[in-house]
Design a protein around this ligand. Structure first.
Ligand code: ADP
Length: 324
């Protein structure tokens, strides 16, 4: 093992830079050559490589986004595209690849490592926390803090005007952001894809909340919730049955992806970056590095993408109680 490539792919997440930095510095530490590949799998196919040394990743640990840029690459979804990527990897003299990304990126990485004789290790980088085999993905903690900060600010105006706010946060398939940020932000109701609450349930909860003399109400909706598919419609439907409420909708959108990574995400990115290189040096491939119970662990890429991390039922239980 002499030359390692690292790329970021799919949705970007704060803390990816910390992982890139750790990969590069672990390579320096272990005397390996390392190339940053720009724009994900597209850069791998096109040969968009840049040799990196320890100094090339200075001053990035505190920055959101990814210095290598990310991309969605249709070509890599086909066998022919992956063949081109392999040809390019050989041409550049790559011996192994580190892929920082989410489940889509891991699906590509898993296929690539099975089809060709090039070891691949994945690092889970996504704000959604929807990867099996790690307690936390890189970017999740930062996104949570962004959402909680937004809820706090919306609450100030909600309270001043006795308004009811429906806030939509990210989470197309998973409610991890909504559930955690909802508890931390004091939401009256939290709607997540893993739960099957109806408009009736939301209305009943809000009426109970009014009877309990709550002065402001926040309903936090994950974008993938069945009612949240259209948060404006949900607000209208609920509003029709809640006369006298002044209702507003706020869609948080892409601010949730940005910002300086939190301490947790920087430490997580650093740990997983070093672990990825050490796993490759030990001869492993087709795996993801993750963190469980504060210990670095590994999972096959296959399981990481096919198994689903369950939502924490205890958090749902706590959310019900503390929102009274
Ligand atoms: P994320 O990694 O954040 O889930 P995407 O789902 O957009 O983001 O995936 C990122 C990239 O991974 C895609 O643009 C594509 O190049 C590759 N990819 C995704 N799904 C597959 C697949 N089924 N087969 C091969 N490559 C894939």
């Amino acid at each position: 093992l002499k030359h390692i490539g690292v790329l970021t792919s799919g949705g970007d997440a704060p803390g990816m830079n910390a992982a890139i930095r750790a990969v590069v510095r672990a390579c320096t530490h272990y005397d390996l050559k390392v190339s940053g590949i720009h724009e994900g799998y597209q850069g791998l196919i096109d040969g968009n490589f840049q040799e990196l040394d320890a100094r090339a990743v200075a001053h990035i640990i505190n920055r959101g986004g990814t210095m290598l840029k990310s991309a969605r690459c249709m070509e890599f979804r086909s066998k022919e595209g992956r063949e081109k990527a392999y040809e390019q990897a050989k041409k550049q003299g790559l011996d192994a690849l580190v892929v920082i990304g989410g489940d889509g990126s891991f699906t590509g990485a898993s296929l690539f490592s099975k089809e060709f004789d090039i070891p691949v290790v994945g690092i889970p980088g996504t704000i959604d926390n929807d990867i099996y085999g790690t307690d936390y993905t890189i970017g999740f903690d930062t996104a949570l803090n962004t959402v909680v900060d937004a809820i706090d600010k919306i609450r100030d105006t909600a309270t001043s005007h006795n308004r009811l706010f429906f806030i939509e946060c990210m989470g197309r398939d998973a409610g991890f952001i909504a559930l955690n940020a909802g508890i931390a932000g004091g939401a009256t109701e939290i709607l997540i894809p893993e739960d099957d609450k109806e408009v009736d349930d939301v209305v009943a909860k809000l009426k109970a909340s009014r009877d309990a003399k709550k002065s402001s109400n926040i309903v936090l909706v994950a974008e993938g919730d069945q009612l949240g598919g259209d948060v404006f419609k949900l607000a209208r439907d609920a509003g029709e049955r809640l006369p006298g409420y002044d209702i507003r909708v706020s869609v948080l959108g892409h601010i949730q992806r940005g910002g300086s990574p939190t301490c947790s995400d920087r430490v997580l990115g650093s740990r997983l970056g070093v672990a990825a290189i050490e796993q490759l040096m030990s001869g492993h491939s087709g795996i993801m590095v993750g963190l469980r119970n504060d210990t670095v662990t590994t999972e096959t890429l296959h399981d990481a993408i096919t198994k689903k991390p369950g939502i924490n039922r205890n958090l749902m239980h706590v959310a019900e109680i503390v929102s009274l």
